[in-house]
Structures are given as C-alpha cells and as structure tokens.
Design a binder for this molecule. Structure first.
Ligand code: GLU
Length: 498
C-alpha cells in the first residue's frame, strides 16, 4: 500500500456489532447494528460482527445462527466476522481466551489489577454491610493482599477473580458522539471484575481487548451501557490504549411513551419476517426511527440510506415505534415490487399459510393471476392467505345464512334465493369464462331483478368465496372457475331457509 492509500485506509471508520448469543435480536438492538453498518458503508469503512459468548451460562443454543440470519435477511452484510473471517479472526470471543489472559497478566504485573479470593458468602456480606452504610459495590479489601501471596494462593488452586483497581478520588470522563461529555465521580466506581473465577473474562474486559485488537473506531451500542463506560475508559487507560468514539444509541419507546411491549414492536427481526414484512421495509423503517434525512422523506432505499446516513446526526431523545408507519411502509414496498418478485413472495407465503387440505395445487399461473388483483390491497404478506384461500380449495363450506344475506338481504331470504337462481341462470350459458362476460351477465341480472348492483354482487361474493372481503368480484369468479362458481351459487342457494 502506498503511503497515501495507507493513510486513507487508516481514516476509515470501523464499526462492529457485538451481540451476545442469548436470544433472538430485537429491533432496538438490530437498529444499532443497522446504523453502524450504514455509517460504515457511507464512509467506505468496515462493518464487523463479533460474537460475545463469554457468559457461558447465558448462552442459548442456536442463537448465534439466528442473529446472523436476522442480519442476512435484512441484507446487512459484514466485512469481517463469522463465516467470512478476516485479519482479526477468530470473531467469536470464546475462541480468543489467550488474548484476554495476556491483558490480565499485563494489568496484574503493572499493579493495575489484583486477585481477589472472597467467597460468594463473603461478597454478599460485604455488599450487605456497605448497603447499610449507603455505600455500594465492592470495598477493595483484596487490594491489601501482597501480589506474591496472591500468586501463591492462586497457584495452590484457590479460586479467585481479578479486579481492576479504580482511582479513589477525582472523576472519569468520556466523550459520547450523541450526548457530548459524560463525567462521573470515581468514588462511584468500584473495583470491578475483569476475569471471573471460571477463567473467562467479563464482558467489560473482553470487549475492550477486542475493540482495540480489531481497531474499532466507533463503539456503537445501546445507552444502557453508559453507566459501564467510565469503567471501560479506565480499563483502556490501564492497558495504555486510546478510547474509541462512543455512540450510545437511545432506546425505542412504545407508542404510549413506555417500554416497547410485545404488541408494539418488541419482537425479534425473524418474527417480523414471519409475519410477512419485507426486509427492505423493516430496514427503511428502523433506519428512520430516530434519524431523519429531512423533514419529509420517509421512503429511502438501502442505497439511499447508505449514501446519506451519518451517525454524527443522531440525537439523544428516544424515538417512538410507530407500528402504523411500519405497516404503511410495508405496503409501499410491496406495491413497488415487480410482478414476478411478488409472485415469488406470494407463492412462498401461500405454500406456508394455506391449509394443508387445499385441494387445488398451488400452480404458478394461478398465483400470477392473483398478483394484480391483490397487490393494492395487502400491506402484509400474512393478509394474503385469508384473502384468497377460497381459490385453492375444491369446495368451501356454504356460508351461514346470516353472513350470506348480509345487510342488503337481511330478512329477505326468499329474494336472495331468487336472486342466486337468477345469477346461476345468467352465468350458466357463458362459454368464454372471463371477468368481462361475467360482469355483463351479473349487471343485466341486477337490472332485471330491480336490485342494486352492489347488493347483488355482495350476495354472489359471499356465496362464491365465503367472504365479504375479496379481490374484485368478476376477476375472482374467473379464477374460481366456471364449475366451482356455479356449484357454490347452487349450494348457497340451497342452504337458505325462510
Ligand atoms: N455483547 C453486548 C450485548 O450484546 C454488546 C455491548 C457492546 O456493544 O459493547 O449487549
């Protein structure tokens, strides 16, 4: 690399997403990953995924794969990380233990950290006693153990943790890109654990070591980590390194201003995928929940976002999760898709959602014929099957009388029966079974009967589909097919009692 190219590369931001494999990632967590990715893309930097699995007790089997699947589904690609590897591999913390061990040795040798042999019972008693005095955390009593003695006790097999020695007075400050300077009194920081008794590093140590090793420029994470950051800054200083830029992203609130609830957004990305949201819609929605290009643009493609988003524009106040906006946006993206991609999505969705006893094969031609009829009507793919399931069944259960009569024919069962018979008679002779002649025949029937066309059409709709809301009637009848349409008109008519 020439000097200039090297300098340019060195200036490029490197951001990471560092999930713990403790469950499926929720939208707030993924939004931070998305913002980091967008910032990296915007500035020609790198986006790195690192799995933080040092808390073995909390690890959930399969979680890592689902986290990566969530990113892939959204189209968030990583330049270094699991499956891709890269110059700082491995990207899974449990495979990097020697690195943390080296850092601990260095801190112990320098006297910045010390071993501690308190048993859990002793620790509980210390906490209790300090709480009674209005103090908190650990009191630092193991600082008094001479290093040689500590080393000997450790060598003899006595369990221990390693704690970082905090300054007793003064204050610790760090700069947060969203909130500016944050400063805390050192008296509020206790000597925290960096190496656990099982030999695994704590999150605090492991991420600091890795962010340094991986040359991370911006540490982006949820603002619940702000209280821990002064500790991280002290640890970085003790290791002789420079702190990264911190970007603590605000939470996403529910519509009522409270915590996000399961009903409003607090779901995993894969649950959204399951409900039939499009990845491009969820991606757009999350990107602008808490960030805006200007005061009016809402629909932004992945490429546009990657051209405009900048982490430096984030604000500290939390955004509200607007479910209606997400649904609307999903509809916008669905309508933008070309017919063949829509047919692909519909086919996959229907294959999953339709009852197994669907007697009509899910043939591509039928799916393609549905696309123009429903594309303006569905906001979510999950709405599709209930809208068109009657097309795929050999027969439908004849509708209940009340549903069949609906408002237009309430209390007029005899007229309804007469009308259904008239429709049957008008449709029966049609040879070229397409929407047009069907419409002509039914309009003429309405006129002959002296019925409002809308009333008659609703009656036919319920008789033929079992539903009051469907794609446009004549096209629907065309797709249901001649024989089925006539049979359903007949059986509906026969159920009427008066
Ligand atoms: N492993 C931490 C978590 O999943 C990451 C925090 C960070 O990004 O520093 O919450």
């Amino acid at each position: 690399m020439s000097g200039d190219a090297g300098a340019a590369a060195a200036d490029r931001p490197r951001l990471r997403y560092a999930p713990s494999p403790t469950g499926d990632p929720h939208v707030g967590n993924i939004r931070t990953a998305l913002w980091s990715w967008l910032h990296a893309r915007r500035h020609g930097g790198a986006f790195i995924v690192r799995i933080e699995d040092t808390d073995q007790a909390r690890a959930v089997p399969g979680a890592e794969e689902r986290i990566l699947e969530s990113l892939r589904w959204l189209g968030i690609d990583w330049d270094e990380g699991p499956g891709i590897e890269g110059p700082h591999a491995p990207y899974v913390q449990s495979q990097r233990l020697p690195l943390y061990g080296e850092a601990v040795d260095r801190l112990l040798a320098a006297g910045s950290a010390y071993r501690c042999f308190d048993t859990p019972e002793q620790l509980a008693a210390i906490r209790e006693e300090r709480r009674a005095r209005g103090a908190f955390g650990y009191d630092g009593r193991c600082r008094a153990i001479a290093p040689a003695e500590a080393e000997a006790r450790a060598a003899a097999g006595e369990p221990f943790v390693v704690r970082l020695r905090m300054p007793d007075d003064g204050s610790t400050a760090f700069h947060d890109a969203i909130r500016g300077e944050i400063r805390v009194e050192n008296a509020t920081l206790d000597d925290f654990v960096i190496l656990k008794s099982d030999g695994f590093p704590t999150y605090h140590l492991a991420h600091v070591v890795d962010d340094h090793a991986m040359r991370i420029t911006h540490v982006t994470r949820g603002d619940e980590w702000i209280p821990s950051t002064p500790r991280h800054v002290r640890l970085i200083e003790a290791l002789g390194w420079e702190p990264p830029t911190y970007v603590h992203t605000p939470v996403i609130l529910g519509p009522d201003g409270g915590k996000l609830s399961k009903r409003h957004g607090a779901r995993s990305v894969l649950e959204y995928a399951d409900e039939g949201y499009l990845p491009e819609a969820l991606l757009n929605f999350l990107a602008i929940t808490g960030w805006a290009l200007d005061d009016h643009t809402e629909i932004l493609s992945r490429e546009e976002l990657a051209r405009h988003f900048d982490i430096g524009e984030l604000v500290p106040n939390p955004a509200v999760f607007d479910t209606q906006k997400l649904e609307w946006m999903n509809g916008v993206y669905l309508r933008q898709l070309d017919a063949s991609r829509l047919a692909d999505l519909f086919e996959a969705r229907l294959a999953r959602d339709l009852l197994r006893e669907a007697q009509r094969p899910l043939d591509r031609a039928l799916v393609e014929a549905i696309v123009p009829l429903v594309r303006e009507r569905v906001k979510l793919l999950a709405e599709l099957a209930p809208m068109v399931d009657f097309l795929f069944t050999g027969d439908i259960a004849p509708p209940e009388q009340e549903a069949l009569l609906g408002k237009p024919y309430r209390g007029r069962a005899a007229e309804a029966q007469h009308a259904l018979n008239a429709c049957y008679a008008a449709l029966d002779p049609i040879e070229r079974w397409t929407a047009e002649p069907i419409e002509v025949a039914l309009r003429a029937t309405a006129e002959e009967l002296g019925e409002r066309a809308g009333s008659l059409f609703m009656l036919c709709r319920v008789a033929v589909t079992g539903r009051a809301v469907t794609p446009p009637l004549f096209e629907t009848m065309e797709l249901v097919g001649r024989e089925r349409t006539l049979a359903r008109l007949r059986s509906a008519e026969q159920t009427l009692r008066y």
